[in-house]
Design a binder for this molecule. Structure first.
Ligand code: AMP
Ligand code: MG
Length: 492
């Protein structure tokens, strides 16, 4: 175990702050008017930066991670970027309510941005107030760790700090701020702003900065920009395949919410599906379903094409196109691999895709709960006389399920699958607990009453979502009626 550091002992190396001033605005967080209080703190993320968990007990902790104090070595700034929002180019966005406090270098030499979201106004706030409401901060805090628990690349969440300061949305709410961590918060939109402003020197400087720090294997290569695109294509394809496999929608897949490292970034009106519905739209404001669940793979490519375009001044068009052309193959390969895992198939066979597509059709037809179904599929019996009743009763058309189940049984037998061994394998990839909207909602409502116990309980479950915990079965259940159609919008 590395030396545990105090807040004052963290080692900062602020590489972004060393880039030309046009890349950002130097700005300090605006302290809350009323005293900040620590709502929750995530030891697992603190470990990543060698921060001593005891530090969370100090009043300075809520000060630093609530925006009223700076730790030595921090050099806060708001990053500049642009982006395509719902398909339309917006020439300037930037961190309007988040501030990069600084970059910690941990004892393993890894770099972690400490990014305070809800930090107050910046020169990029436009009409916004620079704040986040408690509701959206809780949702982001929990989902970062839920995704990590599922093995999906994501920004991490370090701390959640609240204040009684009022924030005005559709209703009056209270403010909160989270610190999220990632090796970099550079977005596709960071490249877009310099491309569209025709500032090609800055574009090259950004590309070299990202390559040198985050794709060091490519540093100095003559074709580094094309290879960089290829690497982002591969990471993004795998990321979105993972979202599809777990039944998760981002909700606002604008290019300013796309990480250059292939991380899940900027949690807003996201959602885990309850009943399987390929057209699932989690964002109440997305009237046309541009970011519907089944559009995500295509939107990933669309966004990557925007990134590729920004590299035109630095690389050959045909080479960039060739890099984009690898997207579909990588996505398909990864999605099929993940879905074979979810179905407990070890071998790859020609008709697996049909078996999967037919299953998804059945799930959609009967609106079966996606997470529960796959977890229970682990209990499938290949015995001759098995009726697999618990699975069967989830379908409206049981004969069609029976027909599918016979094919599945034959397919499993064909690779010599053994029930007990397969179940163990499937339980390690099919989660029992996911952050359903109604679970997040219950935690939010308690937090609004200053009871943070549910945040803590959920975090513990979600950090290891595959392991059954005694007394926690209700957290694996489908939503009650009140929790089925909670409207989640961009307002946060
Ligand atoms: P988001 O939808 O959170 O990804 O944000 C899109 C853009 O709007 C980013 O530039 C944000 O920084 C900005 N933004 C969102 N909410 C606020 C707010 N309350 N105050 C200032 N800027 C905001
Ligand atoms: Mg954003």
């Amino acid at each position: 175990m590395a030396d545990r550091r105090t807040l004052e002992g963290l080692t900062f190396d602020n590489s972004y702050a060393r880039l030309p001033g046009i890349f950002y605005a130097k700005v300090h967080p605006t302290p809350f008017t009323l005293p900040p209080h620590l709502i929750h703190f995530n030891r697992a993320a603190a470990d990543l930066i060698d921060l001593d968990p005891q530090e969370a007990g100090r009043p300075e902790f809520a000060g630093v991670f609530g925006g009223s104090l700076l730790a030595p070595g921090m050099d806060p700034l708001a990053m500049l970027y642009a982006g395509h929002q719902f398909g339309i180019y917006v020439p300037q966005l930037g961190d309007g309510r988040a501030i990069l406090l600084g970059e910690v270098l941990d004892s393993r030499g890894e770099r972690w941005d400490l990014h305070l979201k809800g930090a107050g106004m910046t020169p990029f706030s436009r009409d916004g107030d620079g704040r986040s409401v408690l509701r959206s901060a809780v949702r982001e805090y929990l989902c970062c760790e839920a995704m990590h628990g599922l093995g999906i690349p994501t920004t991490r969440a370090l701390s959640l700090v609240g204040s009684d300061d009022k924030v005005y949305r559709e209703q009056v709410e209270t403010a909160a701020a989270i610190v999220r961590m990632a090796p970099s918060h550079v977005r596709f939109g960071t490249f877009e702003i310099f491309y569209y402003r025709k500032q090609h020197d800055y574009l090259r400087q950004l590309a070299d900065y990202v390559v040198d720090l985050h794709y060091p294997d490519l540093a100095g290569l003559p074709d580094r920009y094309v290879r960089f695109l290829g690497a982002v294509v591969a990471r993004t394809a795998k990321l979105i395949a993972a979202w599809q496999a777990v039944g998760w929608s981002h909700g606002v897949l604008n290019t300013d919410n796309m990480s250059i490292l292939g991380l899940t970034l900027d949690y807003g009106p996201y959602g885990f599906m309850d009943d399987y519905d390929p057209g699932f739209i989690c964002n109440h404001s997305d009237h046309n379903g541009r970011y519907a669940f089944n559009q995500q793979p295509y939107i990933g490519l669309w966004n990557l094409s925007c990134l590729a375009q920004t590299l035109l001044p630095l690389a050959e068009k045909d080479d960039l196109k060739a890099a984009l052309d690898t997207y579909q193959g990588t996505f398909d390969h990864e999605y099929r691999r993940l879905m074979r895992g979810k179905m407990g198939l070890r071998e790859e066979r020609d008709d697996d895709t049909d078996l999967l597509q037919d299953l998804l059709g059945l799930l959609a037809g009967s609106r079966v709960d996606y997470t529960i179904f796959f977890r229970e599929l682990g209990m499938f019996s290949t015995a001759d006389d098995a009726s697999n009743e618990r699975l069967r009763e989830q379908f409206l058309n049981r004969e069609r399920f029976d027909a599918w189940a016979r094919r599945y049984r034959d397919r499993l037998r064909a690779e010599g699958s053994r029930d007990a061994e397969r179940r163990e394998r499937m339980d390690r990839v099919n989660p029992l607990y996911v952050l359903r909207n109604y679970l997040a909602q219950a935690a939010i409502e308690k937090a609004q009453q200053k009871d943070y116990s549910e945040i803590d309980r959920l975090l513990q479950l979600l950090q290891d979502p595959f392991t059954e915990r005694p007394g926690m079965m209700s957290y694996a259940a489908a939503p009650p009626n009140w929790g089925k159609h909670i409207a989640v919008s961009c307002s946060s």
